[in-house]
Design a protein around this ligand. Structure first.
Ligand SMILES: C[S@@+](CC[C@H](N)C(=O)[O-])C[C@H]1O[C@@H](n2cnc3c(N)ncnc32)[C@H](O)[C@@H]1O
Length: 514
């Protein structure tokens, strides 16, 4: 394949079929609200994703949010995958294989309520970064949000030379006949051998070998895109703040609700120190030193507007939340940069009970506070944010928005379940309630097909799933060992179907996925 178009980006290996909740406008608006900032919300909105990869997130969000989507990714095979999926569920999303320069040159684009780029900024050249900022300058509405994630210092400082080794090895020793996986393995082996030869660099950086081993364990597609591009421009938070300024973008907050819970992130000395810094940008940069931040997920607004305390409180009280997993499966500990904390039963017990009531139906903070009446509403809100951070709870969009997108979520979910008959690429479905994606494994999607066909019992769902998997020569794995006979596979699938029936189905119903 010709690769003159790829500007040094590693395109020999396609990207993963992953989903990112941070690109969901509902999630982004909630992050702004939590910090007391206004956001745009309308049924006529336009959203844009730059560098959408295989397009899983953009398809999910285009189905589950009101308004229209535009996106681009210059890798044509990925753009083809994303737009075929979009046309299969009759989406009006406009998905291009333009480079950022080509997208900027278009004269048929609207003004966007949000522009998102996940895993792009520090993996492209400075020229492309400028094009992205110019795109936001021209196409983001006043009051619109920009989400950007990137690798950052100081967290990356010790290991940045390691990633440089991978990319240099690939550049100087690449053999024309080697496939992408072989090139990646060769670079990893070279780096491992270099570290084993005890260079002074290795002795100055603790745990470098563990870092390399953890990289080796990652998915090859992910490794290719994360570490093997010609551009890899790790930055400080303040560098990105400066870069965004020409588009009139103000840094507002992170798309990480757990960041609002200081005790999980900072020890008391750190909190005291940061309180003494007046300038918010300097404080945020200094905070990165305390948490040793290596990857940021940031939200900018073109003209940030602060809500009054009363406006913020009213909007938070009217926000609905939904529990995404059975309460007994929610971990009792949560880990942050400042260490591990236990979820106090006196607080989390009543909050989880209130979320579970009425078959997990979404509830406003007002309703949850009334149900957990022994708790102050601030404690309920903090518990919700911890649970959102653990991906056990999600904020929801308005009921009007939910109704408006139900039909298109049904269309996309039907298409995704149909694809699960053939492969396990996309293991997420769209919820009109949250505006985002919910993990639903291939087996679970096959169970949903059985349910759609009127089958009521988990044993029947397992039979249908086995009919598909068995015919494709696939088998299940238990305790690391493949199951040989049809009986063993059906028994294992039946167990999974029973767990699905008793734990997850009720939640998928509350999410209006089923
Ligand atoms: C690390 S992947 C992230 C994909 C996606 N945002 C996600 O998180 O799943 C980066 C993507 O950016 C695309 N890309 C890189 N440079 C680009 C450019 N100049 N114009 C358009 N797309 C680009 C690549 O094709 C790749 O799919």
């Amino acid at each position: 394949m010709s690769d003159t178009w790829n500007e040094g980006y590693f395109t020999d290996e396609g990207y993963t079929y992953s989903y990112s909740r941070e690109i969901n406008p509902v999630f982004q608006r909630y992050c702004l609200l939590l910090r007391g900032f206004a956001s745009l919300e309308s049924s006529e909105s336009y959203h844009c994703e730059l560098g959408f990869g295989q397009g899983v997130s953009i398809n999910i969000h285009a189905a589950a949010n009101p308004g229209s989507y535009v996106g681009t990714d210059f890798t044509p095979s990925q753009a083809a995958f994303a737009s075929t999926l979009a046309s299969d569920w009759n989406s009006d999303a406009r998905l291009y294989d333009d480079s950022f320069a080509q997208l900027l040159a278009r004269n048929d684009l609207p003004q966007f309520d949000s522009i998102s780029l996940h895993g792009i900024w520090t993996w492209v050249s400075r020229d492309n970064q400028q094009l992205i900022v110019e795109f936001a300058r021209r196409h983001l509405k006043p009051g619109g949000m920009l989400y950007v994630s990137y690798n950052c210092f100081p967290g990356w400082s010790p290991a940045a030379p390691l990633r440089n080794l991978f990319s240099l090895h690939d550049r100087f020793t690449k053999s024309a006949s080697a496939g992408p996986d072989q090139r990646i393995d060769a670079a990893l082996q070279f780096s491992e051998a270099l570290l084993a030869a005890n260079p002074n660099y290795a002795s100055s950086v603790p745990n470098l070998d563990a870092k390399l081993q953890s990289i080796k364990g990652q998915n090859r597609q992910y490794i290719a895109h994360e570490y093997f591009n010609r551009s890899w421009d790790c930055m400080y938070f303040t560098d990105v703040v400066d870069a965004m300024a020409p588009a009139k973008l103000d840094y507002v907050t992170t798309a990480v609700p757990l960041d609002s819970v200081d005790p999980l992130n900072l020890r008391p000395e750190g909190m005291d120190f940061l309180e003494g810094i007046e300038h918010p940008i300097m404080r945020e940069q200094a905070r990165d030193y305390f948490v040793n931040q290596s990857f940021r997920r940031d939200l900018y607004v073109r003209g940030a507007t602060r809500l009054s305390t009363a406006e913020q409180r009213q909007a938070l009280f009217n926000t609905r939340f939904i529990l995404l997993q059975a309460p007994e499966s929610v971990p009792v500990h949560v880990r942050g940069p400042a260490g591990e904390a236990s979820l106090q039963t006196e607080i989390y017990g009543p909050v989880l009970e209130a979320l579970t009531a009425n078959n997990y139906a979404p509830k406003t903070l007002r309703q949850l506070s009334a149900a957990a009446s022994s708790l102050a509403s601030d404690d309920v809100l903090q518990a919700l944010n911890v649970l959102i951070g653990m991906n056990a709870v999600a904020p929801c969009q308005s009921e009007a928005a939910e109704k408006g997108v139900q039909a298109r979520c049904n269309d996309l979910n039907l298409e995704l379940c149909k694809r699960s008959l053939l492969n396990d690429k996309i293991q997420v479905l769209a919820s009109p309630v949250t505006g985002g994606g919910i993990t639903v494994s291939r087996f679970e999607q096959l169970f949903l097909i059985a349910i759609k066909h009127g089958q009521e019992h988990p044993a029947e769902w397992a039979q249908l799933a086995w009919a598909i998997l068995g015919e494709q020569g696939e088998v299940l794995v238990r305790d690391g060992a493949p199951l040989a006979s049809a009986e063993e596979n059906i028994a294992e699938l039946t167990l999974s179907a029973q767990v699905f029936a008793s734990n997850k189905l009720v939640i998928l119903r509350a999410l209006n996925i089923v």
